[in-house]
Design a protein around this ligand. Sequence first.
Ligand code: FDA
Length: 315
Amino acid sequence: MSQFEQLYRQVALGVAGNPVVEKIVSKQGWTLAQRFVAGETAEDAIRTIKQLQAEGIRDNLDVLGEFVSTPEPANANTEMVLATIDQVHAAGLVPYQSIKLSALGQGQLVTGPDGREQDLGDINARRVVARAKQYGGFLNLDMEDHTRVDETLRLFRELVQEFGNQHVGTVLQAYLHRTEADRRSLDDLQPNIRIVKGAYLEPEAAAMQSKGEIDAAYRRLVYKHLKAGNYCNVATHDHQIIYDVMHFALAHGIPKDQFEFQLLYGIREDLQRELAEAGYTVRSYIPFGKDWYGYYSRRIAERPKNALFVLRGLI
Ligand code: FDA
């Protein structure tokens, strides 16, 4: 990241956190957000899945929603995820979904069915992974800010042991200093991991700040994960990295069915189609729902051009 890009990202994420800005954009921004969000309902999302499938692109649904601090919305979010898994199955599709643990109650202690105190995020994540597995599907634990990594990886290990690595995956963020060690520590699970650069505003003590360093860390992680024989979701729009991963796989005899490319809905659609046509597995991350503001702000913070697009739209 250049100094300008770094500053832009800090300002954009900071401005997005301002309640007044949130109010204005939430009220007027839906038309603009639809570039990155597939609609408000599961029916909208299922229609999008079918359109993408016709182009040879797979799906990864995300019911939008972020941090909640009390059990009621956490349980309501969980019910939404469960209902979506059911609806996708009923539409004749295999559910593949992502969740944010903070939206399902991670960090909230409640009394579990056995009378012991338990993390509500754990209880709800088990419910959704069990439901996805019931239909032969897959559930991915997205990664949020660095304060949640320990808990997310602890739960991921437990879920893989209970449900199997073909039904649950998680994410590692290249920008965190700790990630190389985290990746190594998961090898015994032969885990299905999505590798991303990282989307949150993190302090220098936790994360690399320069684009060059992050890109180098990204390539190292993907190459090590593949060489260890694990399944890798290469989640980036960075075409240089994508082409480098293709060459690495060819040079090291890594088969095409050991990795896939994942991109966000609405971003680099040309590249998504090009990769699918070349015989690679491509999966589009498709968010839908009413709670789109947090997701949308991170997409804007990634690219100055996107902010101009928002400003023009609002004005
Ligand atoms: P980079 O930001 O360097 O961009 C490379 C090129 O891609 C740009 O030059 C531009 O052409 C294009 N591009 C990138 N962002 C764009 C945008 N918003 N609009 C238009 N063009 C854009 N993060 C996280 O912390 N936890 C998570 O769980 C996930 N999950 C996740 C799933 C999937 C499928 C993807 C693709 C990404 C995530 N991320 C994520 C987000 C990730 O951390 C990162 O912020 C974005 O992918 C942007 O980084 P790139 O790798 O695309 O590279």
